[in-house]
Ligand binder design. Structure first.
Ligand SMILES: Nc1ncnc2c1ncn2[C@@H]1O[C@H](COP(=O)(O)OP(=O)(O)OP(=O)(O)O)[C@@H](O)[C@H]1O
Ligand SMILES: [Mg+2]
Length: 209
């Protein structure tokens, strides 16, 4: 068993996806819909450990990262197992965190995301599930993308296009506040999903969740 597997074994997740305990060598840095993400203390590595019901996503995400290897906007994978991925730890804040802290998002950063996504598309991938928590702004103001498990899905995901529209038509306006509480962002995300869900159903070809 390698060192990463040993660390993964310390992470106990309940059937209801509650985190019961984990090693002192790990620091919890993120919780998604399918995984807990830890930084391995005193290293520049992160471990994404999938909830038991989502563990098959580990293999899928590793394969996508393999296709993205060498593109500097994505973390490099260093090890993986049936339910985990070890990758570069990316220092910075997600766009979600930036907006809640009042850190302004610039049009150049959006363009950089577009460029990163175009490089992924060049690898015959279909970038999907691009939302505020899957884009990290580094301390130097550059962007990095994470969470690529859905990049091989066939249906078109409109989320990033909608986010850009909201950025240009609402966020960029002078009167619009640049600091928004997390609860407000979460409510907006909830309404977005709910309002569009019936629309997704009737437009399966062009929309995805
Ligand atoms: N390599 C990394 N470096 C730093 N932070 C990370 C890294 N990977 C993930 N995170 C943090 O952990 C959070 C959850 O990770 P991730 O998005 O991969 O999980 P997920 O369950 O696939 O998410 P989703 O709910 O979007 O499907 C991210 O929003 C981010 O804050
Ligand atoms: Mg995510």
């Amino acid at each position: 068993m390698n060192i990463y597997q040993t660390l993964v074994e310390t992470v106990i997740i309940s059937n209801k996806n509650h985190l019961i305990r984990y090693s002192d060598s790990l620091k919890l840095i993120g919780i998604g819909r399918s995984a807990f993400v830890f930084r391995i203390k005193a290293s520049n590595l992160a471990i994404k450990i999938f909830f038991p019901a989502y563990k098959d996503l580990a293999k899928e995400e590793v394969e996508v990262y393999r296709a993205l290897r060498g593109i500097p906007y994505f973390p490099t994978v260093h090890d993986s197992g049936s339910n985990y991925i070890v990758m570069d730890y990316i220092e910075g804040d997600t766009i979600f965190d930036c907006v809640t802290q009042g850190t302004t998002i610039t049009p150049e950063q959006l363009k950089e995301v577009d460029y990163a996504l175009s490089l992924a598309a060049d690898q015959k991938l279909n970038p999907s599930d691009i939302h505020l928590r899957n884009i990290i702004i580094t301390p130097k103001g550059r962007i990095m993308l994470i969470d690529v498990a859905r990049f091989r899905q066939e249906k078109n995901c409109m989320q990033w296009r909608h986010l850009k529209t909201a950025y240009h038509h609402i966020y960029k306006k002078r009167f619009f506040p640049k600091k928004i509480p997390a609860i407000v962002l979460n409510i907006i995300a909830f309404i977005y999903k709910k309002r569009l869900l019936p629309f997704y159903r009737s437009n399966r070809k062009s929309y995805s969740s």
